[in-house]
Design a protein around this ligand. Sequence first.
Ligand code: SF4
Ligand code: SF4
Length: 143
Amino acid sequence: MKNAAIVLVCAFAAAAGVFSISWGQVEGDFARLEVRAGGAVLAVLEKEEGVFPGGTELKEAFYVVPEDCISCQLCISTCPVEAISVDECGKAVIDPALCINCGICAGSCPVSAIHPLNLEDCSLVGITPENDEIILQQGFEED
Ligand code: SF4
Ligand code: SF4
């Protein structure tokens, strides 16, 4: 049974990839841009030589919706690569660099707070110097 689980993990790991997304020129005075999904921050973009980059890459990985997480920590011990930690608010956080996209943690979550990356669910959010948040784009397609 254990071998079957390992084979399953490897099969999902082989399916993990990297998505490239892009957007148009960003107008407005923002301190940074964030790519989010369900309130989870998937990428943070700073200005490069005074201009925001016009796109980024997202590794295919699962993420936790912070508002849904009840901090039970059940998911943490299920991850075969120790990609899940707890943030300062007690919410589970998945490190996409470590995640192999197996989905095991999602099955363990009692409140369905863990989701696979779906570009249609992602948004580009501008954060102003006053920390206001403005949605600049909702949903992406892979480049
Ligand atoms: S199992 Fe679900 S609710 Fe519990 S810590 Fe993990 S993401 Fe949060
Ligand atoms: S975080 Fe979840 S989907 Fe990613 S490797 Fe761990 S168990 Fe698998």
